[in-house]
Design a protein around this ligand. Structure first.
Ligand code: NAD
Ligand code: MG
Length: 379
């Protein structure tokens, strides 16, 4: 039996993690969970899972829930997140918080020697240079939940690391694949939220439409698999059947295929190194007419090109990229800026920044705030 904390339980990944845990109740025991402001969904989840400790953002919600469920311990805020990420009996923390808020709980969980099932890619984008050595020092595993990284991780099993030539990171291309910059000028929020293959939270859905998500994933892959940027190639595979591939020095390419369903990568991260029976439907080749490939259009989807440039420079620049992206997506979701302004904001923030090499955690946190403040002054 593995004892689990789920961070971000009310989100898209969080809820699918609940499904996986309920499907394999003989194997997983959810001890603790956190949520943001969706208290209605949190209550439904509490009733399904009956955890011991629950964290929310606001003290008011915490007090309300404590009165209603006296047998459960409720905590709140960043201290509460730390508490549930470091509970003694917990073996693995699945981090499905969206955005930069996922960074500190990951660090505290590692310091408490918990394995991490990591969906929160922003953690590695901003602090991969701290997280990976820290995981080594504390002897914990960082197990990818992101579907592409899970596919790469699965394709690397049993092979010598030195034989890896490159990673072929697949992308659906999102709802605007093949469109021109002129077309993107007119994109509405509703159109951007309509992903062709995946059902996800709003931030990552917008990130997928701009290809910034793939940019963040390039940086995530660099840290997870210890490769150079020249060894990560993005390949558009519009049907989202091949979840990613690795190419070895002898030319062999190994891929992981499946339906576009996050339950498999979530389950693989939680069960690793075992495999358990699936939840959803398997891939049925009789229903697939074709699997096609394209080159990414990095001129129209500037975010991906900028992500490669940002990653190669490194230091504090990926934090700037990530923070500027988080703010610009939030502004777009509030209909305060147009679609292409998001890339402008990221580009300008990166250009203005004086890069700090090898930033400490405090420096990363400070850079993040600085970027938010600058953008907030303008919009
Ligand atoms: P979501 O918006 O659906 O859910 C986010 C969760 O985080 C919610 O439970 C929310 O309450 C919580 N949260 C938000 N802000 C918080 C804060 N400041 N403090 C504490 N909790 C907070 O997001 P999602 O789509 O489930 O994505 C979660 C993470 O997983 C993201 O980093 C995303 O990039 C990554 N990811 C998601 C998918 C997917 O299919 N949804 C796939 C790959 C990777
Ligand atoms: Mg992904």
């Amino acid at each position: 039996m593995k004892n689990i904390t789920i961070l971000g339980v009310t989100g898209s990944i969080g809820q699918q993690t609940v499904d996986v845990c309920l499907h394999h109740q003989d194997e997983f025991n959810v001890v603790a969970m956190s949520a943001g402001k969706n208290i209605v969904l949190l209550e439904t989840t509490i009733q399904k899972i009956n955890p011991q400790v629950v964290c929310v953002i606001d003290e008011k919600d915490c007090n309300y829930l404590q009165e209603k469920y006296p047998h459960i311990r409720f905590v709140f805020g960043s201290a509460g997140l730390d508490e549930i990420a470091t509970i003694d009996q917990v073996d693995i923390v699945l981090n499905a918080i969206v955005g930069f808020a996922g960074l500190l709980p990951t660090i505290h969980a590692i310091e408490s020697k918990k394995d991490i099932a990591l969906a929160n890619k922003e953690t590695l984008v901003t602090a991969g240079h701290l997280i990976i050595p820290m995981a080594k020092e504390y002897g914990v595993s960082i197990l990818p939940v992101d579907s592409e990284h899970s596919a790469i991780f699965q394709s690397l099993q049993g092979e010598p690391k030195a034989a890896l030539d490159k990673i072929l990171l697949t992308a659906s291309g999102g709802p605007f694949r093949g469109k021109s910059a002129e077309f993107l000028e007119t994109v509405t929020l509703e159109a951007a939220l309509n992903h062709p293959n995946w059902s996800m939270g709003p931030k990552i859905t917008i990130d997928s439409s701009t290809m910034v998500n793939k940019g963040l994933e390039v940086m995530e892959a660099k840290w997870l698999f210890g490769v150079d940027y020249s060894q990560i190639e993005v390949v558009i595979q519009p049907q989202s059947i091949i979840h990613s591939m690795v190419q070895y020095v002898d030319g062999a390419i190994i891929a992981q295929l499946g339906t576009p369903d996050m339950c498999l990568p979530i389950q693989y991260a939680l069960c690793y190194p075992q495999r358990r029976e699936r939840i959803g439907k398997p891939l049925d080749f009789k229903t697939i007419s074709s699997i096609t490939f394209e080159q990414p259009d990095m001129e129209t989807f500037r975010g991906l090109k900028l992500a490669y440039e940002t990653g190669k420079i490194g230091g504090s620049l990926p934090t700037v990229f990530n923070a500027a992206n988080e703010r610009s997506v939030a502004l777009f979701l509030q209909k305060k800026i147009s679609y292409l302004t998001m890339a402008d904001i990221i580009e300008e923030a990166c250009q203005e920044h004086q890069v700090i090499k090898n930033p400490s955690l405090d420096e990363i946190l400070a850079v993040e705030q600085e970027v938010y403040q600058k953008i907030d002054q303008k919009f």
